[in-house]
Design a protein around this ligand. Sequence first.
Ligand SMILES: Nc1ncnc2c1ncn2[C@@H]1O[C@H](COP(=O)(O)OP(=O)(O)OP(=O)(O)O)[C@@H](O)[C@H]1O
Length: 258
Amino acid sequence: MTPTQSSVPALEIDRLTGGYSQRRPVLHEISFKVMPGEMTGLIGLNGAGKSTAIKHILGLMLPHSGEVKVAGVRLSEDRAKFRASCSYVPEQPTLFPNLTVAEHLRWTAMAYGLDEGEADRRAAGLAETFRMEKAMGQLPDTLSKGMKQKVMLMNALLVSPPLLIIDEPFLGLDPLATRALLEALEEARRRECAILLCSHILPALERRADHLVVLHQGKIIASGTPDQVKEAAGGQPTLDDAFEALVLNAERGGRPVG
Ligand SMILES: Nc1ncnc2c1ncn2[C@@H]1O[C@H](COP(=O)(O)OP(=O)(O)OP(=O)(O)O)[C@@H](O)[C@H]1O
């Protein structure tokens, strides 16, 4: 049987061991999948290995062993397709100093070969969603930190790739922008976009994520739905409580759960 598009994971990580040196890997045999239309939260303490995992997913670092597939393709099989299948919003916005907000969106639409009319329509919708209509003609230097982050998010959402990876999106955003982002992510999911979201703001993930992957010292110590993770942590009432219990358990040498 030929698999349909939505039966192919947008992201599949299989027993990935990796990091900055062969002698001291950061990640140890991590495995998880994100299906089209799903949102997975990747959580862990500072230094747990989340950014290192993202670098492997983006193909910026190669596995020591195991593999990463994006939309069913390994980096070594088809570099261009692998790279075009995911879009990444880093924690620190990186914008072109000489392009206005509107020009960033136009440039992204051109780079990804989007239909011009459709891209303009989506860009206008995103500007409205993020309350950025009045800022469309401004250069990055004249924008606030949160507005710069909105530009990054608008560019990623304009493309709507099979896999969208967002690192700590909530920190710089005001409450309306946070709500707008969550709505825009729901809309992206309806278009079968898979989302991997790294954040230390656990209540948002508890409410919105389909799955969670809890990383500690480069190993997955729990995974599953938010309810399964809370249950695995001894029936904790909130994800914050569950996370703390799981980390303390792992530090006492407890077995991974989930
Ligand atoms: N460029 C690097 N060279 C060598 N080691 C690194 C490098 N970047 C990170 N590390 C190490 O890799 C481990 C995982 O770091 P990583 O940045 O993946 O953590 P993180 O989970 O993203 O943390 P945070 O929540 O603080 O962003 C840490 O021990 C860190 O010291």
